[in-house]
Design a binder for this molecule. Structure first.
Ligand code: 13P
Ligand code: SF4
Length: 392
């Protein structure tokens, strides 16, 4: 299991209550622990100057990665911005940086730790920056499902594929069972490769990315996709359904992209004639079907860069990115697909006070919030990640 080097404590009753309230610690989940240090006040007007000074003092020793969903106040300090695929590549390509400060979420920092050298240290400025989707697939549940496939005699024909948005444990499971990691940038290539290895794919943990890629990009019938619910005996599926299925989808979803509805697509089309609807493949199947364009965050950025002046775009992805895209393209009408505000609350945990604290701790010779994945898990997860990086 992935661990942080801060001291973990078993949750007491009080800690469990705090956890339910969104505070406190849960070592077994994507959510981490409270910040152990003294954070500067968010109202501190010197924060930008402090971050600039700390980063300059660290020089090439530190490399800051920023996911596209991060806040503006944080993204301005990123040496590289990207989607999860690009950031994984960038982490692997920086062997000289002593510290990788990952402004993203926990599973991304784990992947960076797996892909960097043992001398490098990966830090997550706020350990509470987890991912609710990654938390929807727990290793024990996935192993139970796999045992069921073995009992049915189908495991030999099943290739496990996990979305990058999963814990290191799950990536390790996939590596152990000859599968591959994918991101929203390369899901089709990962599925093509997987179907060359076996007759079925077990797709974790995002049912929507799995279904959208299989049906809309590969032409697999919707009826050939079944939904495995880890909270039901045998996944809530009959033996026959599992034997017949080509795609076994894990019942997980993104709490941000899962909010967009078909109604929001219909509403924007009525309100803005000629609008282009552009969504992320983590959105529900009916939303993606109704959209004009679908792709990863990098694809969304490229599509808007290439769009003609005067065109209108309703974008279904995280709000920080949509807001920045609207500002970057004043000659185009760029709007959020849904009227309800849709930040990723865990991504947004990384704010400027946490970044300043992390950088200043490094300047002071302390290493806060290091993310480390144990050697055995890392070994197997690396196999599945490297298989992804080697996809044709
Ligand atoms: P990508 O970065 O692969 O587009 O995924 C989006 C996301 O939800 C990251 O958490
Ligand atoms: Fe997880 Fe969705 Fe947030 Fe990405 S946007 S970190 S998948 S909850």
């Amino acid at each position: 299991m992935a661990r942080v080097t801060s001291t973990w404590t078993e949750p007491s009753n009080t800690a469990t209550a705090l956890l339910l309230l969104g505070r406190g610690s849960d070592p077994a989940s994507e959510r981490g622990v409270d910040c152990p240090g003294d954070l500067p006040a968010p109202s501190d007007p010197d924060l930008v100057a402090r971050a600039t000074a700390a980063k300059a003092a660290l020089g090439d020793r530190v490399f800051v990665l920023g996911h596209h969903y991060q806040r503006d106040e944080v993204i301005q300090f990123a040496d590289v911005t990207g989607d999860s695929f690009k950031l994984a590549q960038q982490a692997a390509a920086r062997p000289d940086a002593e510290f990788i400060v990952f402004c993203g979420v926990h599973f991304m920092a784990e992947s960076a730790d797996i892909l960097t050298t043992s001398a490098q240290r990966v830090l997550l400025p706020d350990l509470a920056a987890g991912c609710s989707m990654a938390d929807m697939a727990v290793l024990g549940q996935v192993e139970t499902a796999w045992e069921h496939f073995e009992d049915l005699g189908i495991a030999g024909d099943v290739v496990p594929v996990t979305y990058m948005n999963s814990s290191a444990d799950i990536k390790g499971f996939v590596g152990r069972n000859k599968g591959v990691v994918c991101t929203s940038s390369n899901a089709k290539r990962a599925l093509d490769w997987s179907f060359e290895q076996g007759g079925k794919v077990f797709f974790l943990p995002d049912q929507h990315l799995g279904r959208n890629t299989a049906v809309l990009e590969m032409g697999i019938d919707l009826e050939d996709c079944v939904l495995y619910d880890p909270h039901k005996p045998k996944g809530g599926l009959t033996d026959e359904q599992l034997r017949d299925a080509r795609m076994i989808l894990w019942r997980g979803h993104c709490s941000v992209h899962g909010r967009f509805t078909l109604e929001s697509v219909d509403e924007v089309r009525e309100r803005v004639p000629g609008v282009n609807v552009l969504v992320h493949p983590e959105c529900r199947h009916e939303v993606v079907r109704a959209a004009d364009y679908v792709g990863s965050t990098e694809y969304i950025i490229r599509a808007l860069d290439a769009a003609p002046a005067g065109s209108s775009w309703a974008v279904g992805t995280e709000l920080n990115l949509v807001r920045r895209l609207a500002l970057a393209h004043p000659d185009k009408q760029v709007m959020f697909l849904d009227k309800a505000v849709c930040y990723c609350s865990t991504m947004n945990r990384i704010d400027l006070p946490h970044l300043v604290w992390t950088l200043e701790e490094l300047v002071a010779g302390r290493v806060p919030n290091q993310i480390t994945v144990d050697a055995d898990t890392a070994h197997h997860a690396r196999i599945a990640l490297n298989q992804m990086l080697a996809l044709p």
